[in-house]
Ligand binder design. Structure first.
Ligand code: IPM
Ligand code: MN
Length: 352
């Protein structure tokens, strides 16, 4: 894979996605990474124009013709059903079977952390979120909608295969990254069927990794501990819904959603990379959104594509931007989205 140019599908999407993704592309170009970008117009504009969320061969094209996908954000107040976001984002996760949502939580500078006395060394863990099952499968329905007897159900689906592969992914990730602990989080004290499966599989799989210490916390206790003492975590594995919630909480520890990167992976298949933040309609079009989450996400993508040197250059430039406050205002700087992107790209280009 190392010689060929990597083909990247780019979906900037909606809102601030359209501002931060161009900055991510600029940083990647500045790194000299051998990549080819192809832009797709999927998002609210397109949907409002012709009613198409994903063209009929869309997912097949992505899976067949591209090495990776870089996505901005989806969500637009004009599409109140949010149907396009669901079909594009969740569609990609499900149809491309991107079962591991990898969300690193890394504090770059003490000033970014809302907790007292936290240094970068104190916050450095990764949440591995199951990404294809759980409450997100869209199974369920409504009954007697709009009446006083209305009933609404969303099923929480957990398969042996799905639980096994995500837990195994977490242990393999830990091993690859020199981590010594994997903590599984569930709610098996109340949700006994699904929790029972997660507990049993965790025990089974952890036995195959004697070099890595297994641990467990209920999800409510985990939320409390992440705020009380984040130093104790290395790799956390959990289900789709809990992973969604806990990664917003964790993002706050690293300076907010604008800083957080993520990858939606299936080893060996076309994987998708997106910042953890959404389209943030109130911030859109004002050149105020923090592009660092998107730029860090692009670096994560390069790393995944085995372009490690280019990825490292971008990560180093991000760290410098944060240290020198060449950032947007919500993390202490005075620059706009574009100016932060340009500063980082110049820095990347100057790195040999
Ligand atoms: C995320 C987002 C999505 C999710 C939404 C937009 C459906 O919050 O990627 O964390 O819940 O997975
Ligand atoms: Mn979320």
């Amino acid at each position: 894979m190392s010689a060929a140019k990597r083909k990247i599908a780019v979906i900037a999407g909606d809102g601030i996605g359209r501002e931060v993704i161009p900055q991510a592309l600029t940083a990647v170009r500045a790194s000299g990474a051998p990549v080819d970008f192809t832009e797709f117009d999927w998002g609210a504009e397109r949907y409002l124009r012709d009613g198409v969320t994903v063209p009929s061969d869309g997912f097949a094209t992505l899976g067949r013709d591209f090495d990776a996908i870089l996505l901005g954000a989806l969500g637009d107040p004009r599409v109140t059903s949010n149907i396009h976001a669901k079909e594009i984002l969740l569609g990609m996760r499900f149809r491309l079977d991107l079962y591991a949502n990898v969300r690193p939580v890394k504090l770059l500078d003490a000033s970014l952390c809302p907790l007292k006395n936290c240094e970068p060394a104190d916050i450095n863990f990764t949440v591995i979120r199951e990404n294809t099952e759980g409450l997100y499968v869209d199974m369920g329905g409504t009954f007697k909608q709009g009446t006083p007897d209305e009933l609404a159900v969303n099923e929480d689906v957990n398969t042996y295969k799905g639980v096994e592969r995500i837990i195994r992914y977490a242990f393999e990730y830990a091993r690859r990254h020199g981590r010594k602990r994997v903590l599984m989080s569930d709610k098996s004290n109340a949700l006994t069927y699904a929790g029972g499966l997660w507990q049993r599989v965790f025990k089974q799989v952890s036995a195959e990794f004697p070099d890595i210490a297994p641990a467990h916390m209920y999800i409510d206790a985990l939320c409390m501990q992440i705020v009380r003492d984040p130093r104790q975590f290395e790799v956390i594995v959990t289900n789709n819904m809990f992973g969604d919630i806990v990664t917003d909480l964790a993002a706050a520890l690293q300076g907010g959603l604008g800083m957080a990167a993520s990858g939606n992976l299936h080893p060996g298949k076309t994987s998708m990379f997106e910042p953890v933040h959404g389209s943030a309609p109130p911030l859109a079009g004002k050149n105020v959104a923090n592009p660092i989450g998107a730029i860090a996400t692009a670096a994560m993508m390069l790393d995944h594509l085995d372009l490690k040197r280019e990825a490292a250059k971008i990560d180093t430039a991000i760290l410098e931007a944060v240290r020198q406050r060449k950032t947007t205002s919500e993390i202490g700087g005075a620059l706009g989205t574009r100016e932060v992107g340009e500063w980082i790209a110049n820095r990347v280009a100057a790195t040999t």
